[in-house]
Design a protein around this ligand. Structure first.
Ligand code: GLP
Length: 240
């Protein structure tokens, strides 16, 4: 795993944006695996600014997202589908038809997982962006998720519900289940870019990069990927 430590969040976002923009420029038909959460927001702002200023085009890009809350329709303001439209897709020239995410309100859970796995099989990501949960999760793959996992529905860990409650009015509003891309599908991406910012990620960063490769720390699986870049700011890297 390649490690880049930055002075702060701004520099982290800048470095990450350059990697994504370079990917898009090198292959205007690239498949991007995208993530939600607060960490990629600075990166998305830079992609939008670059699109406006330098006209980097996403016209032929396909974007596949990691996860979605179960039960939230795509027009719900807390859904990840809404997050992506608001923070990125609505501000660049990507065709919304080329953006993919699990359907949080699908009637048949198994069929929805199957649909997404087929889609992932047909669209290998050129680069997969990831955030990192404070408990070491990636996407919504909580500790002890099988490394062989494919798309599935998870019961969110209490700590995840607590962490994500800051984005809702209160913890009761946070859905307790979500669809997530599985760890084996994440590993199929040609390249992985994982971002971690802030002191509350320090323990997870240490587990991801230095610890034993174990299902107790889902992000530790990334040590087995041949082309993975971790960008952490100083605070997130303080235990390395
Ligand atoms: C959420 C998401 C993850 C994200 C993580 C960290 O639970 N499902 O994809 O990486 O939390 O979020 P944040 O970047 O807001 O710290």
């Amino acid at each position: 795993m390649q490690l880049i430590i930055t002075n702060d969040y701004e520099e982290l976002s800048e470095r990450a944006a350059k990697i994504i923009i370079d990917t898009v420029k090198a292959n205007p038909y690239a498949v991007l695996g995208l993530a939600t959460g607060t960490t990629p927001l600075g990166l998305y702002k830079r992609l939008v600014a670059d699109h406006e200023k330098n006209k980097t085009s996403y016209k032929h890009i396909r974007a596949v997202n990691l996860d979605e809350y179960k039960g939230l329709p795509s027009d719900h303001s807390q859904s990840y589908a809404y997050f992506m439209r608001k923070n990125l897709f609505g501000q660049i020239d990507i065709d919304l038809e080329n953006t993919y995410i699990e359907n949080g309100t699908a009637k048949d859970e198994m069929a929805e997982c199957d649909r997404y796995d087929k889609l992932l099989g047909a669209m290998r990501r050129d680069i997969q962006l990831l955030g990192l949960g404070s408990n070491g999760h990636i996407a919504f793959n909580e500790p002890y998720t099988s490394f062989d996992s494919k798309t599935h529905v998870v019961d969110l860990a209490e700590s995840t519900v607590r962490d994500n409650a800051r984005l809702f009015n209160n913890a009761d509003e946070v859905p307790k289940q979500a669809y997530t891309m599985g760890l084996s599908s994440i590993m199929q991406s040609k390249r992985i870019l994982i971002l971690a910012s802030g002191a509350n990620k320090a323990e997870a960063v240490r587990g991801a990069i230095m610890g034993e490769v174990t299902e107790a720390v889902p992000a530790s699986i990334l040590q087995r990927h041949g082309d993975c870049i971790l960008i952490a700011d100083k605070e997130a890297a303080r235990l390395l």
